[in-house]
Write a protein that binds this ligand. Structure first.
Ligand code: NAD
Length: 312
């Protein structure tokens, strides 16, 4: 299979590229290196089946040219920072639906029909305290990032309805692990390296979310792709457990061998405007196909802390 991976130099995208190459697929990684890193794919440079294109999805002409000849598109690129929407209100519009439209239109013009999309649990918005199934609605996101993801899903669904595309849409839980460049673990480690006595924690620390190890997410993406064949294959991808922010802080402190660190909470139920403080995904749909996460949320967090520390 000839795969085209947008965001292939990023955290999740680079692991996906590795997995596809391991399967024997040809891979083009298309990335503008805005948050991706050359280091994340340097080990693949000598692989004849790997090609890297440094370019921007907002350049429709170039996307059209580079996408030609591929069998399936893994559209992973996006602005990954949910909080940025508070300051840059156009960002998630451009890096979300507009970039996604450029991918879809380039596919249409090149007669490519299959697209795999990295969406997010934040499309659900503020939800009741139940494990949220894919059928939950209405989806009313509370961040601009979430709106961008939902709009991307809508465009993909419309290209399926209008141009007979086929899609695998995954709504990810929080993803952690080696090559992670952002998020709560990276943030806590950086803060504690600066000041090992105190740690600022956004919100009240009781925010509670499922954390999935990156190896599990990549495994789930490929598993769903291989084991479902509807026109629109929509899956939550997470784990059945979850971890509080205070627990993550304790695990980071423990892994750094620190003692008596004072936790300073900024207060309030959520970390920032647009943060969904508590959610749990119902992942029974993908489990019924035979997929299962390898790590609980706490284990994924601890493993990721070790990996991030080892890599520094
Ligand atoms: P990341 O920043 O590491 O990866 C995104 C990649 O896309 C980067 O390599 C970046 O350089 C590239 N990119 C961004 N804009 C681009 C553009 N206009 N043109 C070309 N390349 C561009 O982030 P990640 O955590 O690996 O996230 C990957 C995907 O998964 C994103 O779509 C993100 O929204 C989604 N997601 C991530 C998480 C998580 O916890 N990490 C959770 C839910 C969904």
């Amino acid at each position: 299979m000839k795969a085209f991976v947008t965001g292939g130099a990023g955290f999740i995208g680079s692991h996906l590229v590795d997995k596809l190459l391991d399967r024997g697929d040809y891979v083009t990684s298309f990335d503008n290196l805005s948050s991706g890193k050359k280091d994340f794919f340097k080990h693949n440079k000598k692989n004849d089946k790997f090609r890297f294109v440094e370019a921007d999805l907002l350049n429709l002409k170039q996307v059209k040219k580079e996408i030609k000849g591929h069998d399936v598109i893994f559209h992973i690129a996006a602005n990954p920072f949910v909080r940025l929407g508070e300051e840059q209100t156009r960002l998630d519009l451009e890096q979300g639906p507009i970039a996604t439209y450029n991918v879809l239109e380039s596919m249409r013009l090149n007669n490519i029909k299959k697209i795999v999309f990295s969406s997010s649990s934040v499309v659900y918005g503020e939800t009741p305290k139940i494990a949220i199934p894919e059928t939950y609605g209405p989806s009313l996101p509370i961040s601009l990032y979430g709106a961008g993801k939902l709009a991307g899903e809508g465009l993909i669904s419309a290209f399926c309805g209008t141009f007979d595309f086929q899609t695998w849409i995954y709504r990810f839980a929080n993803v952690v692990g080696i090559r992670g460049t952002h998020g709560v673990i990276v943030d806590f480690i950086a803060k504690l390296k600066k000041n090992p006595k105190e740690l600022e924690i956004l919100g009240d620390g009781r925010q509670q979310k499922p954390y999935l190890h990156v190896s599990d997410i990549v495994d789930g993406i490929i598993f769903g792709f291989e084991h479902s064949n509807d026109q629109i294959n929509l899956f939550n991808l997470g784990c059945d457990s979850n971890t509080t922010v205070t627990r993550i802080a304790e695990l980071v402190v423990d892994e750094l061998n620190l003692r008596d660190v004072k936790f300073n909470y900024t207060g309030g139920a959520r970390g920032w405007a647009g943060d969904v403080p508590r959610f749990q995904l119902d992942i029974s749909k993908i489990k019924k196909l035979g997929w299962k996460e390898s790590y609980t949320s706490d284990d994924a967090v601890r493993k990721a802390i070790r990996e991030v520390l080892d890599n520094q």
